[in-house]
Design a binder for this molecule. Structure first.
Ligand code: ASP
Length: 354
């Protein structure tokens, strides 16, 4: 992809255009961006201006945060807000994720793009859930912050501003959902939080960032493989249309981690007895007998790696969301296996192999 400058019409230019008949000669209206706030550190209020790590997350309202970016943000987009919630990221569960998808879908009925703010703790799950369930090709950008809104040197203001710039640029159309922090944007499938404190915490497991937001310049360097189906929206979309199911159809799926000498049989049996429908085993573990007994009770297993990269590159907490959705939409184990393979191992189709 080429480097592009995102042309933002200035307010003066817009006013002039409105004031004269030249508005009919092609002044582009500002893109409509809806920002959906869910809380996290970005909405955090610190004890003092320098208590970078002592703060209460999920305090400020998203409307007030956007207002603090005025008037500059008004030159970028026509911004509206929705307060979905105001919690730390770990305070949301799967039924909440279901509602969040519907909130994003609803916003996209009228907006050109959506920004979702959340805590960074499980932001990699937020973005992958939206990747799998929001069916629109319009840009959806998720952002947050490593420092609360109210400290000196916070990244919160810049991240919110840049996320709106990125969404308004519409440069991520068909790229799927992206995560923007620290001037960098990342693909939903690969992105991973690597550090509890640093501002450059988000990394992409060796495949690299998608691009940068530098002031009003959006620079895109690569695209996720799903872009190749942009002209075929049916193929581009996943089958996980949440309007076809209810929250109660979302089964319980858990993750177990393998390690040296791991004895997971009791945990597998306990999960099966508790009604868990899927288990992601990261790194192997559990005897064949324990798995077969659980499978006889309807549990579906998926193996993934506990390494940062390699294999199908889908980290356990994301494999869990994919398995959960696959099980919600099909009772056929082969169909579930096919979806798991298709979405976790998507690559570019680059013609004949040599
Ligand atoms: N604990 C916070 C959360 O995940 C961390 C953050 O927002 O960055 O909500």
């Amino acid at each position: 992809m080429t480097t592009k400058r995102f042309a933002v019409p200035s307010l003066t230019a817009l006013a002039l255009a409105l004031a004269t008949a030249s508005s009919l000669l092609g002044q582009t209206p500002r893109p409509k961006v809806t920002v959906i706030g869910t809380g996290g550190t970005i909405a955090g209020v610190s004890e003092t201006r320098t208590s970078f790590q002592s703060y209460r997350a999920g305090q400020k309202l998203i409307q007030d945060m956007v207002d603090e970016l005025r008037p500059q943000i008004d030159e970028v987009a026509e911004v509206s807000t929705v307060q979905f919630g105001n919690r730390a990221s770990g305070g949301y569960n799967i039924p909440d994720f279901y509602d969040l998808t519907l909130a994003v879908d609803k916003a996209l009925e009228t907006a050109d793009a959506v920004v979702v703010t959340s805590g960074t703790g499980t932001m990699d799950e937020f973005v992958y859930w939206l990747e799998l369930t929001v069916r629109s090709q319009k840009p959806v950008v998720i952002t947050g912050a490593m420092r609360p809104w109210t400290v000196i040197g916070t990244d919160a203001h810049a991240n919110l501003f840049n996320a709106i710039v990125l969404a308004a640029s519409r440069e991520t159309t068909c790229l799927g959902k992206v995560l923007m922090l620290n001037d960098e944007f990342h693909a939903a499938k690969e992105v991973w939080k690597s550090d509890a404190y640093r501002l450059d915490t988000f990394i992409d497991r060796q495949v690299g960032i998608l691009g940068y937001v530098d002031e009003l310049n959006v620079r895109t360097f690569r695209a996720p493989p799903r872009i190749q189906h942009c002209d075929d929206p049916e193929r581009w979309r996943t089958p996980f249309d949440l309007t076809r199911i209810s929250k109660d159809d979302l089964p319980r799926v858990e993750v177990l981690m393998g390690y040296q000498g791991a004895r997971l049989d009791e945990a597998i049996a306990a999960f099966a007895a508790a009604g868990v429908k899927g288990i992601v085993v990261a790194g192997g573990g559990g005897s064949r007998e324990a798995r077969q007994a659980a499978e006889a009770e309807g549990v579906v297993f998926t193996a993934t790696e506990r390494f940062r990269s390699g294999g199908n590159n889908l980290m356990p907490q994301k494999a869990r969301l994919l398995l959960l959705l696959s099980l919600a939409f099909s009772k056929d184990p082969e169909q579930v296996r096919n979806w798991m393979a298709e979405f976790s191992a998507a690559e570019f189709e680059v013609g004949p192999r040599r």
